[in-house]
Design a protein around this ligand. Structure first.
Ligand code: HEM
Length: 231
């Protein structure tokens, strides 16, 4: 299906890198560009949207709604992390102070699914729709004069690149930890959930997973600011 939209992976994206307002990378690649442009400009938000897009530049992918250079998916993920942290805090409060084990389980399993969906959507956006480097190019913390010829070493030596690597150090283990903690909890706790001989190990891994997820959100927001807000 991606092929029929003209999205055939990394090589294709590299080839497209020169054509800046390259909505060709978007799934609506088959549509005439003019149609897409006028739909974005005069559709839902009218002239205001056109001005906002012009001010932020024209990038592959769909612009976000927070008024920064980020794509819509980056904006959604940045906001979703607030919800995740708030619900995580509530869930741990409920189990720790109120012994509401069933609510803790419901919230954690739902959060796990929300995070899976977020990661999938985010990956699709980053792999096929958005080129974050183009959106970060205006940041003083990224490489000067970013172009497709910029090497990975140059990219990841910049402050933005380092912040992304630090973020990944949290995000990747976080995802693995969450799958592990949820699967093990579902396997070891009785139904309805209540304390068991597995409690001590679960609490250790659970706190680790919670702390790592908090780190993921904080480092993600730092990356977002450095790459897509700073001018
Ligand atoms: C990533 C998902 C999860 C995280 C991060 C997490 C986190 C935690 C933490 C930090 C505690 C200890 C709170 C304290 O210090 O008193 C805890 C306790 C508990 N969790 Fe989870 N949890 C998760 C998933 C689950 C699931 C899916 C279940 C049920 C199947 C569950 C059942 C329990 C129970 C029964 C306790 C109480 C243990 C006790 O006090 O004896 N948790 N969880």
């Amino acid at each position: 299906m991606w092929k029929s939209w003209g999205l055939t992976g990394k090589k294709r994206r590299r080839d497209n890198a020169h054509s800046f307002p390259a909505l060709e990378c978007a799934p609506f690649a088959g549509l005439p560009l003019a149609m897409i442009h006028s739909a974005t400009a005069f559709g839902a938000n009218g002239l205001f949207a056109q001005q906002a897009v012009a001010a932020r530049g024209s990038f592959p992918g769909i612009n976000g709604f927070l008024g920064t250079r980020a794509s819509i998916m980056l904006d959604l993920v940045a906001l979703a992390m607030f919800v995740v942290l708030a619900l995580l805090g509530l869930s741990i409060y409920l189990v720790h102070k109120r012994q509401q084990y069933a609510w803790h389980k419901r919230i954690q399993v739902s959060l796990g699914m929300l995070l899976l969906l977020t990661v999938a959507a985010f990956e699709i956006d980053m792999q096929w729709l958005t080129r974050w480097e183009l959106r970060a190019a205006a940041s003083p913390y990224f490489v000067h004069n970013y172009s497709p010829a910029t090497t990975a070493v140059e990219k990841y030596r910049s402050t933005v690149g380092i912040s992304l690597l630090v973020h990944l150090l949290f995000a990747v283990p976080s995802a693995l930890l969450w799958v592990f903690v949820i699967v093990q909890a579902l396997r070891h706790f009785p139904e309805p959930p209540r304390p068991s001989p597995y409690s001590r190990r679960h609490a250790t891994w659970g706190w680790l997973a919670a702390i790592w997820m908090t780190g993921t959100a904080l480092t993600g927001w730092v990356f977002y600011y450095l790459a897509f807000v700073a001018t």
